[in-house]
Write a protein that binds this ligand. Sequence first.
Ligand code: GCO
Length: 473
Amino acid sequence: MTQSASPLSLNPGSAAPAGAAAPADDAAPRRSDFADDFLWGCATSSYQIEGAAHEDGRVESIWDRFAATPGKIRDGSSGAVACDHYHRWPQDLDIARSLGLNAYRFSIAWPRIFDGVDAAPNDKGLGFYDRLVDGMLERGLQPWATLYHWDLPQWLQERGGWNERATVDAFVELADAVTRRLGDRVKHWITQNEPWCTAMIGHHEGWHAPGLSDFKTALQVCHHVLLSHGKAVPVIRANVPDAKVGIALSLHPVRAASDSPEDRAALLRHDGLRFRWFMDPLYGRGYPAQTVSAVGPAAPVILEGDLDAIAAPTDFLGVNYYFPETVAHAPGHGPLGARVLPPGADVQTTAMGWEVAPEGLTELLRRIEDEYRPGPIYLTENGSCYDDALEPDGAIHDGERRAYLQRHLGALRDTVRAGVPVKGYFAWSLLDNFEWAEGYLRRFGLVHVDYATQQRRLKDSARWYRAFLHGEE
Ligand code: GCO
């Protein structure tokens, strides 16, 4: 399949491009290329690493239920044990420190905090995060807490889940309880992780929990997830006056499959739903009008005040970047007759089949800066999956992951030099973990996990990141 590399200028009337003249630099990135206060982290999420599914009052999540449904997880597994991080967190944080990280992104498991029976939060659940946060601070890791990384309590799903407005209120209660407890120590808060995935993969494509396949529901869910973000922002600020609050979006740079008018029109339709449906309302522009009319009766119910709430000013934008998307006109495909093409045979890909495109990171971040000026930007996830081989001597020679990391940090350096205010980078992920519908078949970690023994081993990529962070690369 032929793919044109022609990125689309989607908003020609916007502000002048950031540092349009800055050239890409072929030299390997060095830590000293970045500001002294640049944040260097790894990212994780609760369901993917914690395990301890029944401990200390944790109740069932939609991912426990989904994983227990035959055929949903490729290897039939679940996050019930995962990396057993619930018990092994001191060792995991020791590893993070030994790499030279100065920040650590984690998420709060909602089913540990509210069980649907007691109105009061579960003290034992909060106690776990208390200890975890203290552990980070003792090791010089700045805690970055995500309030929702997809593990909705099943009891809320049974009341309609994110399709119901009441779940927005429940999320605000979660935000309130967690920030009251941790806010004296945690100053960086991410409300929602990747609303696209919650809404569209969980409720339209159906291959993530709760596994529904209804476009209208997905758009209503999306609205409620964005609303929950906006409504939580002032609550977090009230509890933590010096908080920095933001959201993490999964975004892709987009290109048309060809310069044909049909493919370019398909790209605009796709972009309206995949990118602007999130960025526009978050930055005060409401949902993009053309996309609203394109989705017709599937458009969400929006109550008075919702759009103002969603546009609550934030302190940073979190961007999760993995790969670019190439879009073709495809009548009858998806809700808008547009299709994301698989990468061509001549393109380098990861074991997920995702295109490796460090320059796409620069393109994406420059677009965000040019069109929205969101303030400080953090790369809250970026990483790669490869089929790692554990050598008899315990080594894992993941040269491709190492190159992916190195090349993306090079692109990040170029992006910062071009004037985009990126202030930190979180590699996905510290550990191999439960990769959702792919179970344990996919490894994204810098650190290898042997699931039979729970032994952790640094891969070559982790050793490279450590050397980079210690200024030895
Ligand atoms: C995300 C996902 C991560 C995935 C990673 C690789 O936030 O993008 O939540 O949990 O594991 O993206 O697919």
